[in-house]
Design a protein around this ligand. Structure first.
Ligand code: NAI
Ligand code: MG
Length: 355
């Protein structure tokens, strides 16, 4: 099987962590039936400084013709407001990447890095957040009135709610989850009331999956109070943005968290959830695991290669017992650079795939 991957290295630590993601992709290409081709498609601040465009048409063409995108964060402190964000929002809108999948998984090896006490970790944390990624407050409907009034509208369509909620139920079913949680603010917001009704209606086709509703404010505290209670969590764009960052920190480091921006069956974009981290850029100390786990998601969600996903997961688990980047450091283990962490994981993966 041949697949084309568009590579967007991005800004700050983007290129450093994406290079480690490419190592994993090359290992997969060398040691399995899947053959991967790469093409760089610059997006973000670095290319904006050269060309005045943060999403040049040439890059967008490469992206549209690819099977999947590995994306490094974009944005830098010296860029005008909105330059980087407009590129991300355009990609999401024009590729109609309506699913934002964000796993929140605490590896056993990283329990020492979890900010929660043992009693709150319970049997462990393994949650999938399914965030709607094209509508809501981020649909970019609004503006300023004489610089004195600012407005954005929270737009939800029936079709938009149905497709993301349906995706979440199917995800829960495929992964044998026994429960699905919907997060909204239906006590106040009209779009949430429509969302809640649709969640209930679609749920009638999934009677084996327990269904529950939370308001976003309450959910924020339950996520750190009983994180072991959640499996698939489906929510709108704004609430998903917020709870996935909360979730990323409880699994040890922002550098561990991966994500997929997905349109099932079409070109989809995979990226760590962290930003370009200008405070540590250029030092070869960033954690590449969020990017490597984004490659795992790419294999599973875009290429239906669950076996390779499992191997990547195993390689990450083994690596965490051997050495770590500074953000997840453990005094008994060697502290590794970004490149060393990537080499370690790709060598473990190579040995697994060789047999
Ligand atoms: P950030 O995620 O870049 O950094 C937050 C903190 O986490 C920093 O202390 C950073 O050093 C640390 N961190 C992040 N990734 C890490 C990693 N892999 N290993 C170790 N430590 C890591 O968020 P911040 O500082 O708010 O944003 C920086 C820039 O990134 C901004 O311009 C922002 O707009 C952009 N951004 C871009 C995103 C994207 O392209 N998808 C997503 C989020 C932010
Ligand atoms: Mg965010």
């Amino acid at each position: 099987m041949k697949k084309k991957i568009a590579i967007t290295k991005g800004d700050g630590i983007g290129p450093e962590v994406v290079n480690e993601g490419i190592k994993i992709l090359k290992t997969i290409s060398n040691y399995t039936d899947i053959e991967l081709e790469f093409e760089e498609a610059p997006v973000g601040g670095n290319i904006w400084k050269k060309t005045g465009e943060s999403l040049p048409e040439k890059s967008f063409e490469i992206i549209k013709k690819s099977d999947a995108i590995l994306f490094g964060a974009i944005g830098m402190p010296d860029l005008p407001q909105g330059v980087a964000e407009s590129a991300i929002l355009r990609l999401r809108q024009e590729l109609d990447l309506y699913v934002n999948l964000r796993p929140i998984k605490l590896y056993d090896q990283l329990k020492d890095r979890c900010p929660l006490k043992e009693e709150f970790i319970g049997d462990g944390i393994d949650i999938i957040i399914v965030r709607e990624n094209t509508e809501g407050l981020y649909a970019n409907i609004g503006g300023f009135l004489k610089d004195e009034v600012a407005v954005n509208s929270m737009i939800y369509t029936k079709q938009g709610c149905e497709r993301i909620i349906k995706y979440a139920y199917e995800f829960a079913k495929i992964h044998k989850h026994t429960k699905i949680t919907s997060v909204d603010k239906a006590n106040v917001l009209k779009p949430s009331q429509m969302w809640r009704n649709i969640f209930k209606d679609i749920g009638e086709q999934y009677s084996n999956i327990e269904q529950e509703n939370y308001y976003i404010d309450a959910f924020c505290q339950w996520l750190i109070r009983t994180p072991y209670n959640f499996q698939t969590v489906v929510t709108g764009n704004l609430f998903g943005d917020i709870i996935s960052d909360e979730g990323a920190f409880i699994v040890g480091s922002l550098g561990m968290a991966s994500s997929g921006n997905i349109h099932p069956g079409q070109v989809s974009l995979y990226e760590p959830i962290h930003g370009s981290a200008p405070d540590i850029a250029g030092q070869n100390i960033a954690n590449p695991i969020g990017t490597i786990l984004s490659v795992k998601l790419m294999m599973e969600e875009s290429f239906n290669m669950q076996d390779i996903g499992k191997e990547i997961n195993k390689a990450v688990e083994i690596s965490l017992n051997k050495g770590r980047t500074i953000d997840i450091k453990n005094k008994e283990l060697k502290t590794l650079s970004t490149q060393e962490m990537g080499d370690l994981i790709s060598n473990i993966l190579k040995n697994q795939l060789k047999v």
